[in-house]
Design a protein around this ligand. Structure first.
Ligand SMILES: C[S@@+](CC[C@H](N)C(=O)[O-])C[C@H]1O[C@@H](n2cnc3c(N)ncnc32)[C@H](O)[C@@H]1O
Length: 169
C-alpha cells in the first residue's frame, strides 16, 4: 500500500472474521479517527486492509524485510528497522504494532521512536498477547504446555504482553 491513498475497492484476500473485528476495534480506539497511520511490523499488510476499509486516508506499513506474500496485492512495505523509524517527528497521528513488539529487540527504543513520529495529540498502540494467560481448549495438556513454552521462551521478548504496560509508562 506504501504511502498511497487507500483504495477500498481493491481485490483483497478475506481476513478471518474475528481478526478483522479485532483490527477494527483497535483502529477505532483513536478519537478523532486518524488521518495518517503507521503499522510497524506490518507483516503482509492485513491490518492495513482493515484500515483502508475504515477510510483512513494515509496508510504506511513498515517491515524489517519482505517475508510473506502480501495479503493485499498493492501492499508495499517500507523496509526499515523499528528501532530507527525513517520518518520525521510528528509524521503520524496513530502508530500501531500488532504482535511485533515481541520480536523487536529493544522495545523501549521502539516505543521512544513511535512516540517521536506520533503527534502529541495522537495515539501509539501496542497490541501484543500475554501468551501465558491464554486458555487453550485442547485435550492434550502436554502439547498445550509445549506450545505455551515455545511462544513465551523463543524470540527476544516472549513475555512482552505482560511487560508492555509498564514499558509504556
Ligand atoms: C508476528 S509478526 C506480526 C505481523 C503482523 N503485524 C500481523 O499481526 O499479522 C511480527 C512482524 O514484525 C516484524 N519485525 C520484527 N522485528 C522488526 C524490526 N526490528 N523492525 C521492523 N519489523 C520488525 C517481523 O518481520 C514480522 O513481520
Amino acid at each position: 500500500m506504501g504511502d498511497s491513498q487507500a483504495d477500498a475497492t481493491r481485490d483483497r484476500t478475506p481476513l478471518p472474521a474475528p481478526l478483522a473485528r479485532h483490527y477494527r476495534w483497535l483502529l477505532t480506539l483513536p478519537t478523532p479517527p486518524p488521518q495518517r497511520l503507521l503499522d510497524v511490523g506490518a507483516g503482509d499488510g492485513r491490518l492495513l486492509q482493515v484500515a483502508a476499509d475504515l477510510g483512513i486516508p494515509r496508510l504506511l506499513g513498515l517491515e524489517r524485510k519482505h517475508r510473506w506474500n502480501p495479503a493485499n496485492r498493492d501492499f508495499v512495505p517500507t523496509i526499515a528497522d523499528a528501532h530507527r523509524l525513517p520518518f520525521p517527528t510528528d509524521a503520524f497521528d496513530c502508530v500501531v504494532e500488532n504482535e511485533s513488539l515481541e520480536w523487536i529487540k529493544n522495545p523501549i527504543r521502539y516505543l521512544q521512536e513511535a512516540a517521536r513520529v506520533c503527534t502529541p495529540s495522537g495515539l501509539v498502540i501496542t497490541d501484543d498477547s500475554d501468551w501465558d494467560t491464554l486458555v487453550y481448549a485442547v485435550s492434550d495438556t502436554a502439547r498445550a504446555r509445549r506450545i505455551l513454552r515455545t511462544f513465551c521462551d523463543t524470540g527476544p521478548n516472549g513475555w512482552i504482553g505482560r511487560a508492555a504496560p509498564s514499558l509504556m509508562r
